[in-house]
Design a protein around this ligand. Structure first.
Ligand SMILES: [Zn+2]
Length: 498
């Protein structure tokens, strides 16, 4: 047998001002050919599961590309064409028995808001009968184009995404059984006009805890091969944005449909719980000051790098300084120019920086506002480390040239590349022990839990400024379907079918 195995991942925040060109993929990871295997074999990714499945089957594999970029604005057309082109060119050479794809599901490119749907549609045009298995991120915005052009689909069931390998293995095995003629999967799906908020999708909390448990319960039926609920990605002003469900059943489309309906009914009934409730920043920080057990995790969730945040908004840091919080470690502020300045000054030097605030954010009516601070260059590093925590385990990552800047009781990790702090390596790789800090301010929303939940004595969400805000009144949606909850009043409406 001969398999095509590829990865193409980007969570596109259409409100983010950060450009997504090919270099941004290279900054996080863009591998081609044999290098794909070297980079991902043995890691906690769906791609690694697909490689293991191929090895087990003794299949010949072609790995044209594995690319991922940190979330940011719409993918430049040239980058999208390049990445999809690698996959389509390989497929065009023919001779494949199946394809296994590790995709995100929320990639929006210039001129192609449904990036994955566009890829799958063109794959089907080239190879109309090719069996295709896809593993998507829980934040994927699913579409008819995606589902009708894939054979079987699965999503992660945990957020933070610690089950990426498991989810890939599950759907890879489903396709393998079909290839051997032992199974005939039937797939169905549905989408809701519901912009569920990322802060309300953590699978340790309701309502997502119940939704994912319902998927696991459905899969206890041996005829349900995969059941997924996708929270979707709400920072995407595109028509397909929304919560959805996909069910794959053995031969029986009606069984799949009934299970899918149960999931969508349950999600619609809980729609209000998918919306985040705000608290004024000043009050939340004052509340943090009263906590005595450490470390306390503070989340600058409106500037969450992992959802397209610029990671350089200083609003929350300014408030912590104003209220005099002490013994704080910040992970991290993106400011390559400040890092350069600190590298020239050297460890131990006292410097005055205009830190952060280098990016304007027109979509939230905010101008970049640096914070002038005087402090000490505490440490410098090349920013490279290997992830040992439960998410992206085994991956080599880098924040580029990185520095620790110390001022007024706050140690700020300043990076040259964007990076969401889901692993304690963001601190330990540059000499900060997060266990011995009183406060850990993270530019994250839910993924921080992978590395930090085991040490956090308390967690407080802080409403700052940024393009991952959960305040819909700031954002201008022009392209989402209407009506859609919570932008439109739909509280008492029965579940719309679709
Ligand atoms: Zn995700």
């Amino acid at each position: 047998m001969r398999f095509l195995i590829a990865m193409m991942k980007h969570e596109t925040n259409t409100f983010s001002p950060i450009p997504t060109d090919l270099q941004r993929f290279r900054d996080w990871g863009l591998h081609e050919g044999e290098a794909v295997i070297k980079a991902y074999k043995g890691t906690n990714h769906p791609l690694a599961a697909f490689l293991d499945i191929a090895e087990e089957a003794g299949a010949e594999i072609v790995t044209p590309v594995a690319a991922e970029a940190m979330p940011s604005g719409p993918v430049h057309r040239a980058a999208y064409d390049y990445l999809t082109g690698r996959i389509l060119d390989a497929l065009g050479k023919g001779g494949f028995d199946a394809a296994f794809l590790d995709l995100h599901g929320a990639m929006a490119a210039e001129g192609e808001p449904d990036g994955e749907g566009g890829l799958l549609e063109r794959m089907r045009q080239i190879a109309p009968r090719l069996p295709i298995a896809v593993c998507f991120d829980m934040h994927g915005n699913m579409s008819e184009r995606i589902v009708s052009n894939a054979t079987v689909i699965n999503g992660y069931k945990s957020y933070p995404h610690t089950d990426m390998y498991v989810a890939g293995m599950q759907i890879g095995r489903v396709l393998m059984r079909a290839l051997k003629g032992e199974s005939a999967p039937a797939m169905t799906w549905g989408s809701l006009p519901l912009l569920a908020q990322t802060l309300r999708m953590g699978t340790a909390d309701e309502p997502m805890k119940t939704m994912q448990q319902m998927c696991r319960d459905a899969e206890r039926d041996p005829n349900i091969l995969a059941a997924s609920v996708f929270g979707g990605f709400p920072m995407a002003d595109i028509a397909i944005a929304g919560l959805s469900a996909i069910v794959v059943a053995e031969r029986d489309a009606e069984l799949a449909e009934a299970a899918c309906d149960r999931l969508l009914d349950a999600a619609w009934a809980r729609k209000a719980d998918f919306i985040y409730q705000h608290e004024p920043l000043e009050k939340a920080v004052a509340g943090a000051k009263t906590l005595t057990e450490a470390p306390v995790v503070l989340l600058d969730h409106a500037d969450n790098v992992g959802s397209g945040g610029t990671s350089d908004d200083m609003t929350v840091i300014a408030e912590l300084l104003r209220q005099g919080l002490q013994d704080v470690a910040v992970g991290a502020v993106w400011d390559p120019a400040a890092v350069k300045q600190m590298m020239s000054a050297g460890v131990g030097a006292t410097v005055t920086l205009d830190l952060g605030g280098k990016t304007d954010m027109p979509s939230v009516n905010a101008k970049g506002k640096p914070l002038r601070l005087t402090g000490r260059v505490r440490r410098l590093s090349d920013g490279a480390w290997t992830v040992r925590g439960p998410m992206y385990t085994g991956s080599k990552v880098t924040t580029g040239p990185t520095a620790v800047f110390e001022t007024a009781g706050i140690s700020i990790v300043v990076t040259s590349l964007h990076h969401e702090p889901w692993d304690t390596g963001i601190f330990t790789s540059i000499g900060i022990d997060p266990l011995h800090c009183r406060y850990l301010l993270l530019k994250s929303r839910i993924h921080y839990r992978a590395g930090f939940a085991p040490l956090a004595k308390a967690t407080i969400t802080l409403d700052g400024v940024g393009v991952t805000t959960s305040d819909n009144s700031i954002l201008k949606f022009d392209h989402v379907r209407r009506p859609i909850y919570p932008l439109d009043e739909m509280q008492s409406q029965p579940r719309p079918k679709g």
